[in-house]
Design a protein around this ligand. Structure first.
Ligand code: F3S
Length: 64
């Protein structure tokens, strides 16, 4: 699974990080770092929870 990061949409809510701090990296201002995230199978549940928690829909789940 992969998380496609639309970092231009990020408003710094940090809910993704609150769910999964080891998966979502934020910069010093609390905004998600650019670049898609490859997620290991064991982390998929956490990663999808984090992605779905973003109120700006900045984190797209890609299961292809
Ligand atoms: Fe940004 Fe959404 Fe996370 S606004 S910091 S990607 S919860």
């Amino acid at each position: 699974m992969r998380i496609i990061v639309h970092n231009a949409k990020c408003q710094g809510h940090a809910r993704c990080w609150a769910q999964a701090p080891d998966i979502f990296d934020l910069n010093d201002e609390g905004y998600i770092l650019p670049g898609d995230i490859d997620v290991e199978e064991k982390d998929e549940l956490l990663a999808s929870r984090g992605a779905r928690s973003c109120p700006e829909r900045a984190l797209e789940i890609d299961r292809t």
